[in-house]
Design a protein around this ligand. Structure first.
Ligand code: GRG
Length: 290
């Protein structure tokens, strides 16, 4: 267990160092934009998606050096989505990771540009990386674009906004969370595995793990919204009518977190003997308070 925690710690440090290299820009005219990007990129994210990408790649013996640009791209996309999500015309959130939201410090105009800047750089770093095999780049970047676009996070966010604080059917809630949250988790696993020449069956297993874990993660997020405190959770809390707690109540939602996590672990049984890190990652997410 200690060994796995050291692995997580080292992976996180590697991602932080590389993000700095990929995202730094010394053009004096861009100082304000750079500050806005740095503000959210280095404000204490758990780096879960890069970590999952490394773990998925490791199942197929892909070294971290070949995955690092992809791991950073996933974190850039995630960070871009957080900045955009917090904007007043979206979720209108004031607090993120225990600090004022990006737009409250840098303004909505700069925050929107920081988000788009991070998003576009994500594709660029993968395409520019000589360590990523040329014959894999198109498939990987296509996947990233797909999970961000209209059939991915953008679509999930749209449905979420349209049903904001309205009661909804389970199918709609499922649509929102598969697309808004789980899809990037799924891509973290599948793209890492693609670089490692995984079979379709292995990619599907990792996607099933990620989807179920993404659900557990989102229900936990809803639980923290209702049962947590802002100081502890570190973001604006909302008690929405359209969430898992409104549909199922607190007790049932807690049970669902365990159920989805079990399903996630079941899905990766095919990697028997090699799935220890996937189990620890799931446990870590289950215990999270922020
Ligand atoms: C990609 C720019 C862009 C836009 C897509 C705005 C939008 C459309 C989608 C919003 C997606 C979103 C913010 C989903 C919430 C996902 C979620 C549960 C975030 C919390 O993830 P953690 O716990 O956060 O990994 P940390 O702070 O650890 O990084």
């Amino acid at each position: 267990m200690e060994e796995i925690l050291v692995y997580f710690y080292e992976a996180k440090n590697l991602v932080d160092a590389k993000l700095e290299e990929y995202m730094s820009n010394d053009e004096p005219l861009l100082k304000g934009l750079q500050e806005s990007i740095n503000y959210t990129l280095y404000s204490g994210g758990k780096r879960v998606r890069p970590l999952f990408c490394f773990i998925a790649g490791e199942l197929f013996e892909v070294p971290r050096e070949r995955l690092i640009s992809l791991a950073c791209a996933l974190e850039m996309i995630h960070t871009a989505s957080l900045i955009m999500d917090d904007l007043p015309h979206m979720d209108d959130a004031k607090i993120r990771r225990g600090k004022p939201a990006n737009h409250l410090i840098y303004g909505q105009d700069v925050a929107a540009l920081a988000s788009i800047g991070l998003l576009t750089r994500a594709y660029e770093v993968v395409l520019n990386d000589p360590e990523v095999p040329e014959d894999k780049k198109a498939r990987v970047v296509r996947k990233l674009a797909n999970v961000v676009g209209v059939n991915g996070m953008v679509g999930g966010q749209f449905v979420d906004l349209k049903f904001s604080n309205k009661s909804m059917e389970y199918k709609t809630l499922e649509y929102i969370h598969i697309h808004k949250t789980a899809s990037l988790f799924m891509a973290a696993g599948s793209t890492g595995a693609m670089i490692g020449d995984a079979t379709d069956e292995q990619i599907h297993a990792l996607e099933a793990y990620a989807m179920n874990l993404g659900f557990a993660f989102q229900i936990l997020d809803d639980l923290l919204d209702v049962t947590g405190r802002v100081e502890e959770v570190g973001k604006s809390l909302k008690n929405d009518k359209g969430n898992f707690i409104a549909l199922h109540g607190i007790e049932k939602s807690r049970e669902l977190v365990t159920e989805y996590t079990d399903k996630a672990l079941q899905a990766v049984k095919i990697f028997d003997g090699k799935n220890g890190k996937l189990a620890v990652l799931a446990q870590m997410l289950l215990k999270r308070r922020s």
